[in-house]
Each structure stands twice: as C-alpha cells, then as structure tokens.
Design a protein around this ligand. Structure first.
Ligand code: ADP
Length: 408
C-alpha cells in the first residue's frame, strides 16, 4: 500500500510517498512560497532532487504539480494516481475532539475548521491541503493525524492553567501540546531499542529542533508535556522564548508600545537562541560563536541546556523516576556538545553519558554508560512514517486490506 503524506503550511506543501510494506520512501518534495511570484517546487530523493520553478497560485495548483511529478516524466514514482492508495494529512490542532487519528469526512473537516481558532495559520493551511486532495483524488481515502492527539491523555491537573475556570469553559483554554506524532514515534522506538514493553517504562522524550518540546510518558501514556495552548510554551527554542513570567507580556507591551500581535511576534520570532545570542536561531552558528568566546552565544547555549535540564527534573518528579530519556530532532540527534551540557551534573540522579557513544552519529542508539541507571537514547524521528502508518491502519479498519506487521 502506498500512502501520500501531506504536510501543508500556510505557504508550503511538503509531501512524501511511502510504501508501507517495504517502508521505502518512493518520492518526496516540497512546494514553497505557494501563492507568490517566487514559488518553486523541489522534488526527488537526496542527490536526485530537482528544483522546478513553477507557477502556484494556491494549494490546488501546488497539489496538481505534485501529482504530476509523482506520476509522469523523469521524476515519476508510480504509473498512475491509482497506485496512491490513501493520503495522510498532518494537522496541527485536534483540540478536545480528536484523541487519535481519524478518517476524514465532512464532520472531521468541520471540526478542523472550528479548531482553527486555536491554530489559525496551521489548521487553515491543512484544510487547503485536504480540499486540494479532494479535488484531484476524489475517491482516495484520507486520514487526519493530529499533533495534539497524543496529549489528550494528560490528566486535568497537567492540562489546566490556574486561570479563572470560566475561561476554560468559554474558550477551551488549556494545554494541548504539540509534536505528539514525534513523541509517540520515539517512545515506541525507544521501547524497541530497550527490548522492553512500552507499557512497562517511564520515559522522558525530548524533541529538540527549531521548535522544542518534552513529554513525560508513564507506562505508554503521556502524562505531561511542555508545549501548551500553543507551541510557544515550555522550553527555550530557536526563535521562541518558551515559558516566561507572564507579567513580562503587559510590561513589554507598555514599554515598547506593542499591541498583542507585536508582542506575539516578539516572543515567537525574535526570542530564544536568536534573541539571546543576537546571531542566529541555528544552534550550529551559536555554537561556533560561543567557541570563539562570544559571551551572548555562550549564555544562549547555557540557557538552552538548562531549560532542558529543568524539565528532566520536573518529569522525574511527576512520574516518580524515569527509566530512559529519549532525544530526537536536529539538536537532539546531532549536537553532542548540547547533550553533554544537558546531562552534566545529573550523575546523582542516575544519569551518566558515555562520551564515546555520545560522539557517534545518525542511527538509533543508547548513549548512556553501562553503569547509568537511567538510559539515554537517540532516536531519529520519523513523523511521516507515523502518519503513513496511522493512515494505513485506519484505511485498513474501514476496508479489508490485510495489515502489515509493524513489529521490527
Ligand atoms: P525543525 O524543528 O525545523 O524540523 P530540525 O529538527 O531540523 O528543526 O532542527 C534544527 C536545529 O537543529 C537547528 O538549530 C540546527 O542548528 C540544529 N542542528 C542540526 N544539525 C546539527 C548539528 N550537526 N550540530 C548541532 N546542531 C544541529
């Protein structure tokens, strides 16, 4: 079965065509700057990637180009659209409606639209992707996979904010989390690497990319996570500030003469590694500058690692201990220096890194020392595979395709 995974942003459309039986990626690409004169389409695997200048007025145009690239010419991955059995859509906000992935129908579309209030740019973009697929592949089943659904298991004490209760009732203000598909994937893979059932483990999962989030997964169930009503909460990130004293917000608005949109932009786009270092949101540039003695870069590095360290402590307390800490995404997978700083001084908590293993790259592995009570594991994330797998499972439930085994 071939599943087309679609991740639609407000001006982009990312996709992968995955064969579920072989787990091979047949094709992938991205349409960027959709709707502008500079729109372009990148298609192909690794060294075969081609950049195609193309006119894309909207997501409909982009989808038509993607399907053409998948089925014809030198970029072709399948003979016809009939060989695309289902489409899986990544949706950012599933709110209180969706605690799992679902087959898309009119009711699901209406709910994604209603939830756009909580994630205006993201859910509206996903809807454009869904409508474009409906237009070009009207009889192909589609599944919605939500970033938030993994965290619908949080208990009220974790998802409620200590604000007047009426605000929760009126506006659904609560923690929803994000990156759920990644946390779910890496927790499953970590259990496989450890050779133990997920439902017997206490895990802390860390998705450290441009956006950063952590979660506490107790016996396979997410019990807390660092992102909140929006992905601005929690850890310090590339350009987002994460958790700060909320009273700073009106204070900055007053002092800098900013309105709500202005302060929102400041906290989402001008803060984090970029805001502190004044150099970049990219950890590599901040690391290079810190190694040359740039004090603000060093401070940014220190603050970032400290922010992760504090959540490790919180989540160990929440779960009454931890068996393994799992790291993923650009920083988590690749930055040995950041990992060293995060885990420095945690020996009294039973967490000890193996320096040689910490220097290795690029595959699923343990990087804690043999004597470490708590295992530290790197799992390269694969959200697209997870979306394809959910899509396969749900489409199978609704038809009678023989399921492939997910066991490795
Ligand atoms: P996104 O959230 O956009 O998917 P990624 O998971 O790609 O982000 O992570 C991007 C971050 O990972 C950037 O800060 C980048 O500097 C960092 N990163 C990627 N490779 C390395 C590396 N080899 N060493 C240090 N940091 C890295």
């Amino acid at each position: 079965m071939n599943v087309l995974v679609i991740n639609a942003g407000s001006s982009s459309l990312k996709y992968q065509l995955i064969n579920l039986e072989t787990k091979h990626i047949l094709a992938k690409g991205i349409c960027e700057r959709v709707g502008s004169a500079e729109a372009f389409h990148k298609h192909g695997l690794d060294e075969n990637e081609r950049v195609i200048d193309a006119e894309m007025r909207d997501h409909d145009d982009a989808m038509a180009l993607v399907l053409e690239a998948l089925t014809s010419g030198p970029t072709k991955a399948v003979d016809s659209l009939d060989e695309i059995d289902a489409v899986g859509h990544r949706i950012v906000q599933g709110g209180w409606y969706f605690d799992r992935s679902v087959l898309i129908d009119d009711d699901v579309i209406a709910k994604i639209d209603e939830l756009a209030e909580l994630a205006p740019l993201h859910n509206k973009a996903a809807l454009m992707g869904i409508h474009a697929c409906q237009k070009h592949m009207p009889s192909t089943p589609m599944v919605a996979v939500f970033d938030t659904s993994f965290f619908q298991s949080l208990p009220p004490k974790a998802y409620m904010y200590p604000l007047p209760y009426e605000l929760y009732e009126k506006y659904h203000i609560r923690k929803y989390g994000a990156h759920g598909t990644s946390h779910r994937y890496i927790s499953e893979r970590a259990a496989a690497v450890l050779g133990e059932p997920l439902d017997e483990l206490k895990l802390i999962t860390c998705h450290l990319g441009n956006g950063c989030s952590m979660s506490a997964i107790d016996h396979g169930v997410a019990v807390d996570t660092s992102m909140g009503l929006t992905p601005l909460d929690g850890l310090m990130m590339g350009t987002r500030c994460g958790a700060i004293d909320p009273a700073i917000v009106p204070y900055i608005m007053d002092k800098e003469g900013l309105d709500a949109a202005g302060v929102n932009d400041l906290m989402n786009k001008q803060s984090g590694l970029l805001g502190i270092s004044g150099i970049s949101n990219d950890l590599r540039s901040v690391r290079d500058a810190s190694e040359k003695g740039d004090e603000r870069a060093m401070l940014a590095y220190d603050m970032y690692s400290n922010s992760v360290k504090k959540y490790i402590g919180q989540y160990m307390a929440v779960m009454g201990g931890v068996d393994a800490i799992v790291l993923t995404a650009g920083v988590g997978e690749n930055c040995e220096k950041m990992r060293r700083m995060i885990f420095a001084g945690l020996q009294p908590l039973g967490i000890v890194l193996d320096e040689a293993k910490n220097r290795q790259r690029g595959f699923e592995r343990e990087i804690s020392s043999d004597s470490s009570k708590v295992k530290v594991i790197i799992i390269p994330t694969n959200e697209e595979y997870m979306i394809a797998r959910d899509t396969y499972d749900i489409v199978h439930e609704h038809s009678q395709i023989v399921p492939v085994s997910h066991a490795e």
